[in-house]
Design a protein around this ligand. Sequence first.
Ligand SMILES: C[S@@+](CC[C@H](N)C(=O)[O-])C[C@H]1O[C@@H](n2cnc3c(N)ncnc32)[C@H](O)[C@@H]1O
Length: 259
Amino acid sequence: MIGETKAGDDPADGWFPESVAAGYDAPGGANLPEVVTPAVDVLEDLADGPVLEFAVGTGRIAVPLAARGVPVSGIELSRAMAARIASKPGGDAVEVTIGDMTRTRVVGQFSMVYLVFNTISNVTTQDGQVDVFRNAAAHLRPGGLFLVEVGLPGLRRLPPGQDIVPFAVAPGANGGGYVGFDQYDVVTQKFTSNHVTVSPDGTGQFRRIPFRYAWPAEMDLMARIAGMRLKYRWADWDRSEFTAESTKHVSIWERDPST
Ligand SMILES: C[S@@+](CC[C@H](N)C(=O)[O-])C[C@H]1O[C@@H](n2cnc3c(N)ncnc32)[C@H](O)[C@@H]1O
């Protein structure tokens, strides 16, 4: 991260330390009911027994899913994020293991493992992303499902010679403002999301967060390596068709029912 190191942040919490966790559940954005409910509807429908959320965060999805009677466990890297789960009504129903989803194992066989909100991209190497698929498959019973929700990289918006795609320019009411842009390396498939926030007094912060993108076809191969095959690919939680104009996908692979 370029920018201030905030007091109270534990480096072991990665990109989601206490200073980020404290604001993660603020109303609006990804916490709006119209964002959360369609995801929980699909997950409840696909669940056929206990489920496991990789990178469960503060339980934004896991807690409402558990409230519908689905047994939910989670793996999460950041203690600061995970600590929020137990303090939510019904949060104690979600059993969380602190660890890295590329290799942490929890006891049990699950009907589904799911990984939402672009978080596969937080794993910044191809080997690491393959390990996520392998670890998901290792937690599934035969015929179990692995679901990933992730945005597509903005490569079609890159003219030749350009590597930056802006996604927000928001002047503030009293001066200052916010500018956001992604910067792509199409050779390594690494990219960064860049967030420049300037306060009215002229002070500011520049946060630069690393990611790796993988095209859906590459994820299908990762799934094959892990013993799974594509079952569904939708453009969104409404199960609409995935097309050339889609900006994200919800993909579901099935572990071989015979193994
Ligand atoms: C964008 S948040 C998503 C949280 C939650 N799934 C949600 O939908 O609100 C990303 C989360 O992934 C966690 N994370 C990132 N890399 C991880 C890894 N390798 N293993 C486990 N958790 C990870 C972060 O700590 C953070 O809580």
